[in-house]
Design a protein around this ligand. Structure first.
Ligand code: HEC
Ligand code: HEC
Ligand code: HEC
Ligand code: HEC
Ligand code: HEC
Length: 225
């Protein structure tokens, strides 16, 4: 992009725009969203088209999060799985694990899964967590630095229906960015939600912060680009 201003001003312009937009709409917006069922906040727990249970699949059956959310270590988005992933167990296909778990082959709760497998039309899951478009988030940047899903999503492996447990506000993001040490663990353990450090967390946090070269030099353009 040909630049008319020094770099730091260029970066500031969209932020000022954001400030004006949000500032200008704030009073009306707050009233509207406050009264709206679409306000995405702590406790937001939309009903899903299929009663899919994390407590069953990730908890009781101990399936790793990455079996379904398989982009979480590589990409910004954590990808909700395609129906084909469910089909490995629920379509009765003869492919490894499926053979032993073709349970509930005729369950009405799985009707939409079977339909989606035939029609190739995606299941329309309701989005639970949703930042405004002007805020940038990246899963891999966190997961590969040893920040566990549990730090931001809570005990998903105990939830029948996924619920938002953190405010996802800017203040919440910054609180951890300023002092990430209480939330660091060996990165291979990020999906073990019930894990607790055998060594004091303060020591471990310090050590991993060095090891993963976490600088926490966050500025506005880290999250607003
Ligand atoms: C068998 C596949 C499967 C496994 C295993 C699984 N998930 Fe999910 N996950 C889904 C599906 C399908 C959805 C969308 C429906 C819903 O929200 O329940 C979802 C939704 C979510 C959401 C909400 C997404 C949004 O819309 O904001 C989060 C957060 C999440 N999963 C985290 C996890 C974590 C953490 C684990 C591991 C402890 C995990 N999941 C294991 C399939 C799975
Ligand atoms: C690795 C195998 C496996 C995968 C993959 C899997 N499931 Fe399951 N699912 C099971 C098993 C096993 C049960 C039954 C557990 C029980 O009854 O104790 C089950 C039960 C269910 C049930 C309850 C059915 C009933 O009638 O009670 C629903 C709904 C369901 N799964 C949806 C899904 C969806 C949606 C996906 C994809 C996002 C998915 N499952 C992926 C193994 C799997
Ligand atoms: C540092 C906080 C943080 C961590 C750690 C984290 N998430 Fe998220 N997750 C978020 C935020 C914030 C969103 C909403 C992103 C958006 O709307 O742009 C989200 C959204 C999601 C979604 C919906 C799809 C998407 O990418 O928007 C899924 C699924 C999910 N997370 C699963 C996981 C799993 C599985 C893990 C662990 C392997 C994990 N998350 C770790 C904060 C986190
Ligand atoms: C529980 C702790 C925690 C929370 C909550 C958290 N982060 Fe982070 N975030 C980190 C750590 C640790 C890093 C790695 C920093 C480093 O490498 O110096 C990071 C890195 C990032 C990066 C990548 C920075 C880069 O230069 O690669 C982005 C973008 C980011 N966070 C955005 C967010 C946003 C947006 C939120 C809130 C919605 C958020 N984070 C909440 C701990 C957290
Ligand atoms: C770690 C990530 C992160 C950093 C760093 C960050 N922000 Fe934000 N910011 C967010 C998120 C997430 C939101 C959305 C919050 C919400 O929806 O409540 C946001 C919202 C905003 C808003 C909208 C109004 C508001 O308060 O909700 C403005 C303006 C803003 N940020 C400006 C800035 C400026 C200026 C800086 C640098 C001093 C900055 N941000 C640094 C994550 C960040």
């Amino acid at each position: 992009m040909g630049s008319r201003f020094p770099g730091w001003i260029d970066r500031l312009i969209p932020l000022i725009a954001v400030g004006l937009l949000v500032g200008g709409g704030y009073v009306g917006g707050a009233v509207y969203f406050g009264a709206s069922p679409y306000a995405l906040d702590v406790g937001y727990k939309p009903e899903q088209p299929i009663p899919f249970s994390h407590a069953l699949h990730a908890g009781k059956l101990k399936m790793d999060c990455r079996f379904c959310h398989n982009t979480v270590e590589k990409a910004a988005m954590a990808a909700v799985p395609a129906t084909a992933t469910c089909g490995k167990c629920h379509a009765g296909l003869d492919n490894g694990i499926a053979v032993t778990t073709t349970v509930h082959a005729n369950s009405p709760k799985l009707q939409l899964v079977r339909e989606s497998l035939v029609t190739n039309k995606a299941i329309r899951w309701e989005k639970v967590h949703d930042l405004p478009d002007y805020a940038y988030f990246n899963h891999s940047a966190h997961v590969r630095r040893g920040v566990s899903c549990v730090s931001c999503h809570g005990r998903i492996d105990k939830m029948e229906v996924v619920e938002q447990v953190a405010p996802l506000s800017m203040a919440w993001c910054l609180e951890c960015h300023r002092n990430p040490e209480p939330n660091l663990r060996p990165k291979e353990l990020v999906t073990k939600l019930d894990w607790v450090s055998p060594t004091p967390q303060a020591e471990l946090g310090k050590q991993l912060r060095d090891e993963y070269h976490i600088t926490s030099k966050t500025n506005c353009s880290t999250c607003h680009r």
